[in-house]
Design a protein around this ligand. Sequence first.
Ligand code: NAD
Length: 404
Amino acid sequence: MLHAIADGVERRSEELALVETMDNGALLRSHRRGVMPRVAHNFRFFADRLLHLEHEEFLTRGHTNHVTWDPAGPCVLITPWNAPLMLATWKVAPALAAGNTVVLKPAEWSPLTASLLADIAAEAGLPPGVLNVVQGYGSEIGGTLTGHPDVRRVSFTGSVPTARRIAASAAANLTPLSLELGGKSPLLVFADADPDLAVDLAVEQYDNAGQVCLAATRILVERSAAPEFTRRLAGRIARLRQGDPREDATDIGPTIHPRQLERVDGFVRRALASGARAVAGGHRVGERYYAPTLLTGVEQDSEIVQEEVFGPVLTLQSFDSEDEAVRLANDTRFGLAATVATGDRARAARVTERLVAGTVWVNCFFVRDLRAPFGGSRHSGVGREGGTWSFDFYCDLKNTVTAP
Ligand code: NAD
């Protein structure tokens, strides 16, 4: 059934890509080439992974302990607007594979592809009531879903304030939670890094107009390399093409909503007022766009360094030693991801060991294998998704002990 849903996603991928772009403003070419194939893969991966779950057996004085993965029961899945179908299917696929029923509530700003997914599942023959999509404002219907006594799992991707409300609501029934939350990830650039790669990694952070939880929005550069790195990065930013996300030539689309644009602009205006300097951008472009922005002269304890902006805004700070780089990198309440650019493998090993993050990339970014765990430390989340970790969450493990 999951493979049949994947077939349906592939058959309708052009429509899904276009609808997703109309809904959230992310680039059509990314939806076509990257996102929709991965959405289909999410279903195929968890369908196949299920077959490889270990049903362990242990012998105790002739008694057999047989461990099985039972479905947990009805699962409520709540998702954000920045990568709607991608993030929804990371949850829907393992929850269904584990044998559960699902109520999916997509974000109110990007509701459409979740409803198309329900159509595709119905066309694939999934029985009515197994995958349910409920549309609505989280503040109005969220509590009804997350506080319902029949619900056995709540999986949420979104912001920290909403996570707190959901945790409080789920506490009434002790419903187990998986939380994938925000980030303020660092990109550490050491002087021994390949300079072209380091700039490429920085520019990638403007993808989806910076509306990416994993985005490494705090660039930390070794002081000796900072002037040249900054000059080259500013040059690359100046060449980014902002415009219609349906055009192939566009690098940066709009922010999702005028309210999000207002929020991003507020962060930048307050940073500039407290002494930051915009090496690039620092302003709106028309009604829906924000110029790709690079801020220097920012303090470690300032709002712009500590809080998630969720827009095309990067800060740049310098460090003098590995110790200082690690200290700055770890000095926020988040711990979602980190990226390290260095030409020295021994340094990479030393630094990555000390970073607090659910995912660390060395000389790369956004490489994701569904077999690996994904999630955040500290305020970036609770639990891990991916591979067996998803089944850990969506199943109740049962040990049956049988006498000889
Ligand atoms: P949000 O928290 O405002 O909303 C997320 C979802 O929660 C929406 O569907 C919303 O309707 C719902 N919701 C709101 N109030 C609710 C309530 N009281 N009860 C139940 N549901 C409720 O987040 P957003 O603005 O849509 O998304 C941006 C945030 O998501 C950022 O912080 C970003 O970092 C985070 N995010 C995290 C990951 C990750 O994997 N860690 C991935 C993408 C986005």
